[in-house]
Design a protein around this ligand. Sequence first.
Ligand code: PAP
Length: 336
Amino acid sequence: MEKNHEEPILVPEEEVQLLIQTLEKASTSLISTNKLIKYEGFWYPASDESLKNILMFQRHFCARDSDLILASHPKTGTTWLKSLLFATVNRNNYLKHDNPLFKNHPHELVYRLENNIYDEVHNHYPRPHHLNELPSPRLFNSHLPYSSLPESISTTKCRILYICRNPLDTLVSLYYFVLNIIKKKKGGEDFQPPSLEDFFEDFYDGRAIHGPYFDNVVEYWKLSLEQPQKVFFMKYEDLKKDPESHVKKLAEFVGVPFTMEEEREGVIQEIIELCSIKKLKELEVNKNGAINKIFDKESYFRKGNVGDGIHYFTPNMVERMNKLTQQKLQGTGLSI
Ligand code: PAP
């Protein structure tokens, strides 16, 4: 059911603070001063703002049947999939040279729901009423686990596209992304960066932002088996290996399959080219400025390699992560 609602009522500050007091807390190597809190089984920054945004999203977001929600653990290919999804869905809405991806970072075209939409402080983000006014299909993303998404996402026919990635590549990517933010905040001459080895241990124990990583992956994987019409499950590595067949399947899943004529004319290839890391990296719009005033736009485009993660760790650490992966995915039929 599509509900048109006004600006939602804010979750009172006192309620958020009381809730935080009841939640389990942890420090990690990367975020030692700014502790993590465990909410509904997953770790988030222990800030009032962050939890309030999640609560607001959970309480006020009304999914439409036509919504397309890109779900992922951070650093598994979200930005790439955002651009591919946007370019595919909107391929007939713009002239080739006028694609909004040339003027906007992918994160400015596909909004992250639990971030700042419901936040009255960062008002450069669209307001909730703006979400209601967006034409269908609306494209969103979320890093929340399926079990924490608002009810309307499961009760409507809205579709979810999920992407996962090799855990070592994911953790290295996350480490460098967060390190960039810390350096900006604290980096002076005597700045001692937190070690990747320590962050490995945090991630291994599931104690990193949005972790435990495997729990996030397995929830969506299971749902994709139970309801394949609801969840399209992808792996970063497969998308790299064979982007064409994935973009084709993605278009079919979201109800805008490529015509024979489009295929003949190379439209799929053009989309892949436009959304390649090489192309996106060299666009002026992705070189300067920051998403949400904190995250440098260019930091979303680092290397984009597959299997690079193992080079950062000792054979013993790689072996431990492989064993953990096997253990966590045992019986699921999934391998990453
Ligand atoms: P997010 O969850 O914060 O949005 P996300 O986009 O999922 O981040 O992950 C960023 C990773 O995707 C980076 O990987 P790396 O650190 O191992 O290099 C980034 O380089 C990679 N990436 C970004 N855009 C693309 C793209 N167009 N193609 C392939 N990989 C990409």
